[in-house]
Design a protein around this ligand. Structure first.
Ligand code: ADP
Ligand code: MG
Ligand code: MG
Length: 517
């Protein structure tokens, strides 16, 4: 296994950096590797400007063996979360218990699921997943091999598939169109052994198309549920364009607000087929929805009122296939990740009757870092609290949230926990800390550099960087049968070492691509 990463990036002159920046930003703008700007001019709903998405001027070295390992284990991770989603008793225990009482958002999700799960009419669930990893190097002994460690597993709104595919194209173009990388032996010839092919866009869209096909109605469309004011629209539009061009499937984009009519629509149709009015049609023919793909609904602010929850439940009750269903979204909670790290759990959810082996379970386990509950009842929970208060430097405290910017790091943990403990509780309410998990910090290797371009500004940020690898997965399954289980490409995001968080959309990291070493 790899223990050393090469000196990186090659040293460029000021002129070369400026030239690469020009090539990269024009390529980005020309190929839809873009975001909407932060402040859109007041020209109405039609955008007239885009900016390059945050990017790195160079691809980042990533150990070939660990990249291949991450790709190889994705089907087992997919199966793990499929089997968890099927286990209502487990989800009730883990998410419906203390977590739903101390975490209002998870409580809403769980209660929404519970309110409708007995009468759901669509047995199929569609998952577009992303399992995220950092490289871990032992600080005490830097000569030990690097390891692949999982940060989290996303079951909703796994974004950047399209932009990640484009980032690989961008870096290949920079390497082919200049001779600036020639000092580096592995970039002279950008062949697949160093630039792994990445078809994330195609593979994610194939998953949506599989769901659409399973629904079985030629006229039906895919509904994208999107956030108001979303800036990362091109990553989503690429999926739309690919669905139409390669599969002949039309998409309709709606916010929760747009969909507020759904509860009244769904109630008087016993077939539960979801029909939306077509705003663009001259006739009054409504549009049937085959698949509901959520790029919203993963964070509390996406639900602005009780009406939005009513809409979510009405969508769940419809015959359309949900990507993800409420159960699948709950399975992606960080609390579930922590419970799955307890002894015997991976084995339980990778059963041999489905063809999984001890080696498969062991393969996943090796990517786990230490995860702890934060309760007073278990020995593990009490131990975690001692660690969090007395030696917080090696830990991150995580709430049940998605989208970046929510974690508490290192020495911020003790005062945060003290503040939590000081908050008044309703009678019978469990302590707030139980809505969190404690995770040991993964320690990425030192000494890696790249040139990061952010904010659509022609500003290059140099410095120590950390790269997070995401592996996409696609599943389509019901209670008994898994119809689809595939890997679906990768994403590399790179951030300055000074930033603890990693979301591209929240402005901390850039879209990168791996060069395998
Ligand atoms: P979210 O669902 O909000 O993306 P994550 O668990 O991915 O939450 O945490 C956000 C970021 O925090 C990650 O992208 C990573 O950069 C950093 N992070 C999370 N867990 C760890 C960890 N155990 N060690 C080091 N960094 C971490
Ligand atoms: Mg997440
Ligand atoms: Mg994350």
């Amino acid at each position: 296994m790899t223990s050393q990463l090469p000196d990186w990036p090659p040293s460029f002159t000021q002129e070369q950096t400026s030239h690469l920046l020009l090539l990269a930003t024009t390529y980005a703008l020309g190929h839809g590797f873009t975001l909407l700007p932060l402040h859109t001019p007041q020209t109405g709903p039609v955008p007239t400007l885009s900016i390059p998405a945050p990017l790195s001027l160079c691809p980042s070295p990533f150990p070939k063996d660990l990249y291949e390992l991450a790709v190889k284990i994705q089907p087992a991770y997919n199966a793990l979360y499929v089997n968890v989603t099927r286990d209502w008793v487990f989800l009730d225990k883990v998410m419906g218990g203390v977590v739903s009482k101390v975490d209002e958002f998870q409580g809403e999700l769980w209660r929404a699921w519970k309110s409708c799960r007995e009468e759901l009419i669509q047995p199929l669930h569609l998952g577009l997943f992303r399992s995220d990893y950092l490289l871990h190097s032992s600080a005490s002994d830097p000569s030990t091999p690097l390891e692949l460690k999982q940060v989290e597993f996303n079951t909703i709104s796994s974004s950047f598939g399209a932009l990640s595919q484009l980032a690989g194209d961008l870096h290949r173009y920079l390497a082919l169109s200049t001779n600036y990388f020639q000092a580096s032996p592995f970039l002279i010839n950008p062949d697949p052994s160093h630039f792994p092919p990445n078809d994330a866009l195609k593979a994610l869209v194939q998953g949506l198309a599989d769901g659409w096909k399973a629904y079985g109605s030629k006229q039906a469309r895919v509904l994208f549920v999107v956030q108001e004011g979303e800036r990362n629209v091109f990553d989503q539009r690429w999926l739309e364009w690919e669905l139409l061009e390669k599969h002949g499937i039309k998409v309709v984009r709606q916010t929760f607000k747009d969909l507020s009519i759904v509860p009244s629509l769904a109630s008087d149709d016993s077939s539960r087929r979801l029909f939306l009015p077509d705003p663009l049609s001259s006739t009054s023919d409504p549009i049937e929805i085959a698949v509901i793909y959520y790029r919203a609904g993963y964070t509390p602010t996406d639900y602005t009122s009780a009406a939005d929850w009513t809409t979510r439940i009405a969508l769940e009750r419809s015959r359309a296939i949900k990507c993800p269903s409420l159960a699948l979204q709950l399975a992606g909670a960080k609390k579930v990740q922590q419970v799955l790290s307890e002894p015997g759990m991976v084995e339980r959810y990778l059963p041999s009757f489905q063809g999984w082996t001890d080696e498969d379970a062991e393969g996943l386990r090796r990517t786990f870092t230490t995860l702890y509950p934060m309760d007073d009842e278990s020995e593990l929970g009490r131990h975690a609290q001692k660690l969090a208060l007395e030696s917080p430097e090696g830990y991150v405290l995580k709430p049940q949230r998605e989208g970046g910017g929510n974690n508490i790091y290192r020495t911020d943990i003790p005062p945060f926990l003290r503040d939590l403990a000081a908050q008044p509780l309703a009678p019978g309410e469990p302590p707030k800390k139980e809505g969190y998990i404690l995770m040991s910090l993964i320690e990425p290797p030192l000494g890696l550099k790249n040139l990061l371009v952010k904010g659509g500004q022609a500003e290059v940020k140099e410095g120590e960087v950390v790269s997070e690898l995401g592996v996409y997965g696609v599943v389509l399954f019901d209670e008994a049968e898994t119809r689809v289980n595939r890997g679906a490409g990768t994403l590399l995001r790179t951030k300055g070492r000074e930033s603890d968080e990693g979301g591209v959309a929240v402005g901390y990291s850039v879209v990168d691509s791996p060069v395998l070493v």
